[in-house]
Design a protein around this ligand. Structure first.
Ligand code: CUA
Length: 316
């Protein structure tokens, strides 16, 4: 009911994701509070200036020694309002930051000055993102050079892409059509041209779009990652039984690993990336730091493909 009412009242640009109206609602609430208090303060100011204007040259006002009820009122009301904003904001923030299970992983690499995107089925596109309606999409994003920011106003998502690390954002489109895609971080002379479009399709249209091959058959990230895994001779140390010179990678993704200094790390995308490019930084307990770095030998896309493959390795 709130969702429907809100959409009818909204003066925001078109929203096309499941979270759009929730973000608009909290934003509107903050604006409404600001408007109410601004009007209240200015109205009171005008009223008091007139009511207590000086009417007699020799008038001496009665001194005031504070008022407990008044002080409590003007402390408690703002406290309640800010706590509502905080609680509601935190609720939406956690929803916004937690991709639902079963999300489709899409890889995004920003560079001066384009967005390179790859779908789990292998299809690549530049400055365009095709997605099916009603399917949560998790974006695993990084940058090849400088800071960029992946921004889809209609989905109300904006997330910086940072060289050397992954940032994650997710959305679920609930309206078909074409929407703007922007870079929202000044990234050089062509920043203003680093724009594209998001195309939301129905599931059958999306399947059809996936089938149309523009530049020949393409491997999925997992297949490309598997090929890289053997090309780079990863398996000569990371053997399946885990008794080689290096820990087994089977079932590793998402688990906690114990490091040589006794601390722990979660084996997420960022940890895997770091272990490939800077393997001596966080070494797993019980192993020597003998792995060479692959910095400079793999592109950002290839690192993402390797990680996609490692994620599929199940514990035996
Ligand atoms: Cu990329 Cu601005």
């Amino acid at each position: 009911m709130w969702e429907k009412l809100f959409k009818e009242l909204s003066f925001f640009p078109e929203g096309a994701s499941t979270l759009a109206w929730e973000i608009d609602a909290i934003y509107l609430f903050a604006v409404a509070i600001t408007v109410v208090f601004t009007l209240l303060i200015f109205a009171l100011m005008a009223f008091l200036v007139i009511k207590f204007r000086r009417t007699d040259e020799n008038f001496v006002p009665k001194p005031i020694h504070g008022s407990a009820p008044l002080e409590i009122t003007w402390s408690v009301i703002p406290f309640v309002i800010t706590m509502v904003l905080f609680g509601w904001g935190a609720y939406v923030f956690f929803k916004y930051s937690t991709p639902p299970a079963g999300s489709m992983d899409v890889h995004v690499v920003g560079k001066q000055w384009m967005w390179k995107i790859q779908h789990p089925e292998g299809k690549r596109e530049i400055n365009e993102l095709h997605v099916p309606i009603g399917q949560p999409v998790r974006l695993i994003m990084t940058s090849e050079d400088v800071l960029h920011s992946f921004y889809i106003p209609a989905f109300r998502i904006k997330r910086d892409t940072v060289p050397g690390r992954y940032s994650v954002a997710w959305f679920e489109a609930n309206k078909t059509g074409e929407f703007h895609l922007f870079c929202a971080e000044y990234c050089g002379t062509e920043h203003s041209r680093m724009i594209g479009k998001v195309v939301v399709l129905s599931q059958p249209e999306y399947d059809e779009w996936l089938r149309t091959e523009e530049n020949g058959a393409q491997d999925t990230p997992v297949m490309a990652g598997q090929r890289l895994f053997s090309q780079m001779r990863c398996e000569s140390c990371h053997s399946e039984g885990g008794v080689g010179k290096a820990p087994s990678l089977a079932g590793l993704y998402g688990t906690q690993v114990v490091l040589a200094d006794g601390s722990r790390a979660v084996a997420d995308e960022s940890y895997l990336r770091e272990s490939i490019l800077d393997p001596k930084h966080r070494v797993v307990d019980g192993f020597s730091p003998v792995m060479p770095t692959f910095q400079g030998q793999l592109s950002e896309e290839q690192v993402l493909e390797l990680i996609a493959y490692i994620k599929t390795l199940d514990a035996k």
